[in-house]
Design a protein around this ligand. Sequence first.
Ligand code: 2HI
Length: 341
Amino acid sequence: GSEESELYHAQIHLYKHVYNFVSSMALKSAMELGIADAIHNHGKPMTLPELSSSLKLHPSKVNILYRFLRLLTHNGFFAKTTVKSKEGEEETAYVLTPSSKLLVSGKSTCLSSLVKGALHPSSLDMWGVSKKWFHEDKEQTLFECATGENYWDFLNKDSDSLSMFQDAMAADSRLFKLAIQENKHAFEGLESLVDVAGGTGGVAKLIHEAFPHIKCTVFDQPQVVGNLTGNENLNFVGGDMFKSVPSADAVLLKILKNSKEAISHKGKDGKVIIIDISIDENSDDRGLTELQLEYDVVMLTMFLGKERTKKEWEKLIYDAGFSRYKITPICGFKSLIEVYP
Ligand code: 2HI
């Protein structure tokens, strides 16, 4: 009957969300083992024994590799094809998909460091205290509730974690290169631009390459930019973005925090360029919306940050005294938001 069928569907739905982490962790294992690199370097479809020996796995683990690959293939990270063996027999072999090409190291589109950082115990352990966090009256992140310090202090005292984070953010930003090329109009006519929380300058360098005449300033914490040198049109400035931001024709923000203050620094001729998520809860693409909502919770738990819907962006922008804005979806799940005085 339909009641049972509803119950079974509900059970599947629940279990699917419970065991989702296995897919995340299998992806992380694939990244750590270097499966995508091995298939890429092989240059043609790769059989299971070839893959296992290239990865230097213990022979007893071939079948375990097979079972991980079966899940990852189902999830769209690898695809199967057939090749002829020396003996003329048909054999199954694995090839990369667009998603696993993003795990090939050395490419400008490599996102391995993002997988590593986002699924590192330092990003996950905090979830153990979420109940305690909900019952506390302190305004602190889940990360701080779990560890006693905020994420930035944690990064600043642990240089391995800091580089892991910076590598992840730099990798994420590199995909932005394509977005700049497709959205040149957003940067036309600007003479100067400041990238707030610009990290090690990955995005500013991309903008500098595409528009060499724009004077770009990377603004971030002194410990991040202190040792970095730029050139005539690319310079690094250390400071506290919550106190003040160097002035320029345009301010680029990738995570918008204390947005009103940041926006109020702009003169009348300027514009604010924001790269961020614009959540569309009614999108036909439920998977994309799920990702945006998950990202919102990551920002919440790590930084007390948030992602906004189009309506919230509009309110924020108008409340800050701006008169006009334009939202263009770019880079998959983020948007380019141009804000004019
Ligand atoms: C590396 C990557 C991430 C991280 C920590 C890392 O924390 C992420 O991808 C997530 C989160 O899980 C993140 C994404 C964007 C951002 C901050 C964190 O601005 O070391």
